[in-house]
Design a protein around this ligand. Structure first.
Ligand code: PLP
Length: 423
């Protein structure tokens, strides 16, 4: 445990000895009209822009201008295999083998495509388990998959819910759902890090529990990727999907990534929706070949991908590659622990932190529950250029991210919070 101390001198001293402190300069930090930098704590919603992103996109614009269609092979970074340039680092970030990962489409689209393969219900084994606080898009995706297969979500969607009076999920409750309904459950789709509470679940345990009952296990890592180290391969989950615009700093609406466990790399019996980018690269351009699915996660691709979005991802991945997740996570644990320490020091009964206390069970986000769902606190923070977000019914989410947030950011944020609470 770190021994945190009060006072701004402590915050400044931490920044002085932070080996990642200079990465802040590699990002654009939004400023107010006086030229003061915002205290930006919404990297969990839209990560800030790396200064290098522009150059990466410009490179592709230039190659398109100068080479037209020849850019597919002649560009500095040829567009034909462009997605392959992203795979190795992306795989390292999620703890996977390169064959298990590809960047393609966007998150909810990918969840549907993966469910085409991994949600194969029968008349008796058809239910899907999600967390009761699942992100709405995941819930809608699952509900419409159930309906697509002729099932009624009110009966076939099973919710893993916190116990009465609690806000966090307990793995034993998932265990009992699987014990009692396992025969009828076909798939689990769980948020690895919950967007609302910030709780980081034990993926390996979830995979074991699901597999014991013959269920497929999928993980939504939107709030996990670039935040925690999920060790996807080791965890044994069947599939996962994520976006790259949150902690991955790759720009609004940027492409997502998928993971399909190596055990399916050559499994051509899995149903899927295919396109020409699913096709074996050797025969992709023969045009009249029968479908011959390319091995691994790449076999789930449909289309030739948007290079400009991939260029932004490439710029961001180069930073991740330089620093590595272990160093980011180490700083993240300290930084979030510091924010938690300062907030607890306020001893204000109008706010409480619902995120788990154990660093192993959370990423960088702290979810602050506000008494009586008083949204004015969030409004006042925003007016003071402390950028956090409000999630109904009563939570302010704050995500100090290790790439560009400083200890001083956290200190100043809590000082402003204190002033507002005491006003
Ligand atoms: C951010 C987020 C999404 C957003 O989905 P898009 O398809 O990228 O718009 C979905 N699910 C979860 C859990 C998220 O955190």
């Amino acid at each position: 445990m770190t021994n945190y101390k009060p006072g701004i001198d402590y915050a400044k001293a931490q920044d002085q000895k932070d080996p990642l402190a200079h990465y802040r300069e590699k990002f654009y930090i939004p400023k107010n009209t006086n030229g003061d930098e915002w205290l930006y704590f919404t990297g969990n919603s839209l990560g800030l822009q790396p200064k290098e992103t522009k150059n990466h996109i410009q490179q592709e614009l230039d190659d398109w201008a100068n080479l037209g269609v020849e850019g597919h092979f002649e560009a500095k970074n040829p567009w034909m295999p462009y997605h392959e340039f992203l795979t190795k680092t992306m795989a390292e970030i999620v703890g996977a083998k390169p064959i298990e990962v590809v960047i393609m489409n966007t998150l909810t689209t990918n969840l549907h495509l993966l469910m085409v393969s991994f949600y194969q219900p029968t008349k008796t084994k058809y239910k899907i388990v999600i967390e009761s606080d699942a992100f709405p898009s995941d819930r809608y995706a699952v509900e419409t998959q159930l309906q697509f297969h002729g099932f009624d979500p009110s009966e076939s969607l099973v919710e893993w819910t916190p116990r009465n009076g609690e806000t966090l999920l307990n793995i034993e409750d998932l265990e009992s759902i699987l014990e009692t309904q396992g025969d009828e459950i076909a798939m689990l789709l769980i948020g690895g890090v919950n967007y609302y509470t910030g709780q980081y679940l034990d993926l390996k345990r979830i995979a074991e529990l699901g597999h014991q009952q013959g269920c497929k296990v999928g993980i939504d890592l939107a709030h996990g990727v670039g935040n925690i180290q999920p060790n996807l391969h080791e965890s044994g989950v069947d599939f996962a999907a994520w976006c790259t615009y949150k902690y991955m700093n790759s720009g609004p609406g940027s492409l997502g990534g998928i993971f399909v466990h190596e055990r399916y790399a050559n499994d051509t019996s899995l149903k899927r929706f295919a396109g020409w980018w699913s096709q074996n690269k050797a025969t992709r351009f023969d045009m009249r070949q029968p479908l011959d699915i390319t091995p691994g996660a790449e076999g789930w691709q449909l289309s030739n991908p948007p290079i400009l979005s991939m260029a932004a991802i490439k710029a961001s991945l180069e930073l991740f590659n330089e620093v590595g997740m272990p160093a980011l996570r180490e700083k993240s644990i300290k930084l979030t622990g510091y924010m938690e320490y300062l907030i607890l020091e306020l001893q204000n009964e109008n706010i409480s932190i619902i995120t788990p206390k154990d660093p192993e069970q959370r990423g960088c986000q702290l979810s602050i529950q506000v008494k009586n769902a008083n949204k004015s606190l969030h409004t006042k923070l925003t007016a003071a250029y402390v950028i956090t977000d409000w999630r109904t019914p009563d939570v302010i989410r704050c995500a100090p991210t290790p790439f560009y947030n400083s200890f001083e950011d956290v200190y100043k944020m809590v000082e402003i919070l204190k002033t507002i609470l005491n006003a």
